[in-house]
Design a protein around this ligand. Structure first.
Ligand code: FES
Ligand SMILES: [Fe+2]
Length: 333
């Protein structure tokens, strides 16, 4: 049994990972890091391709090369590679020369979803997360810029799915009114088995509701909190306040880059984000919340998460224990 999960765990290759905003791939090739390897993302003939960013000739960075016609040209000796990674030209040998079979790039599966380019180095066994709020036109989407953190994707998602830390880590933002006591909740696996949903209705002190001051609404109000997780490192949190009709969802997708660094793509989908000011305020607020989380998770002792023994769990940790079970299955797959 695989005992720990890192950003470099080999089983993660058989899954989709976000690597770039699609809008950042206009005319150039872009170098990205995934699972400790450099990749070059390029548009060739209108299709997006992902290749290991090492020329099989002398290991030059293909991402430093250029697109010539429908090929990617290496910057070192000008070898050209087509959309399937075949070398079509070795200039030193001239047109029509035989190309060695080893002159082949390693490619990944590629799709575009939620405005992001996702790649899977090996045939993916999991689907990309479903986010119903993305298609809900009554919700306004506000993207945070991509943010690089010094922690692993697993450590970040472990934190995202954990609601026992709110009163402690988030005392400076939303956590001060939260009850430290976590009631019973269920973790419902999705049909594929690669994800789960946690529905946690509870009450909070809603200090942002103007109708509390007028006596029309009670201060303590019901709130529905629904977490959706999909392996390996995507999650969505939907918060709904039935009394005020406020809906606020936040989806996060992680790109495990190197052993110790992860890039986060985060989109908020809000019923109250219609104006530029509201969007800006939501961004600022979310950024403050993230800083509170990073103060803890960037200081965790190991760049790994124990999947078997090695960590103590409580009944309140059901969701993050299920997260570990699902990832253990992915790594053993
Ligand atoms: S290193 Fe790429 S063509 Fe020589
Ligand atoms: Fe948090």
């Amino acid at each position: 049994m695989t005992s720990s999960l890192t950003n470099l765990s080999s089983g993660l290759a058989a899954a989709w990972h976000p690597v770039l905003f699609a809008s950042d791939l206009a005319h150039t090739s872009v170098r990205i890091d995934l699972l400790g390897e450099p990749w070059v993302i390029t548009r060739l003939r209108g299709s997006i391709t992902a290749f290991i960013d090492k020329c099989p000739h002398r290991n030059a960075r293909l991402s430093d090369g250029m697109v010539v016609g429908d090929t990617l040209q290496c910057p070192y000796h000008g070898w050209r590679f087509d959309g399937s990674g075949h070398c079509t030209l070795i200039p030193a040998l001239g047109d029509g020369a035989t190309v060695p079979p080893t002159a082949q790039l390693t490619s990944a599966h590629v799709v575009e979803r939620y405005g992001l380019i996702w790649i899977a180095p090996q045939t993916p066994v999991t689907e990309i997360i479903e986010i119903p709020e993305w298609d809900d036109e009554s919700l306004h989407k506000v993207w945070m810029p991509a943010i690089d953190i010094n922690a692993t994707a697993a450590q970040f998602i472990d934190n995202f799915l954990d609601f026992g830390h709110f009163p402690f880590v988030h005392a400076g933002t939303f956590g001060s009114g939260e009850d430290a006591n976590i009631g019973d909740y269920n973790v419902d696996k999705t049909d594929s088995g690669w994800g789960f949903v946690v529905d946690y209705p509870h009450t909070i002190a809603n200090k942002e509701d103007p109708l509390v001051a007028t006596g029309q609404h009670p201060l303590v109000q019901p709130r529905n909190m629904v977490y959706t997780f999909q392996a390996p490192f995507s999650a969505n949190l939907r918060l709904e306040l039935p009394l005020t009709g406020v809906v606020n969802a936040i989806a996060t997708f992680c790109q495990p880059m190197t052993a110790s660094t992860t890039r986060l793509y985060t989109v908020m989908m809000r019923s109250d984000g219609a104006t530029a000011e509201a969007a800006q305020a939501a961004l600022q607020y979310e950024y403050s919340v993230l800083q509170e989380d990073l103060a803890v998770i960037e200081h965790l002792y190991d760049n790994q998460i124990a999947l078997g023994v090695g960590q103590a769990h409580s009944r309140a940790d059901r969701s993050t224990v299920e997260f570990r079970r699902i990832l253990a299955r992915l790594l053993e797959h």
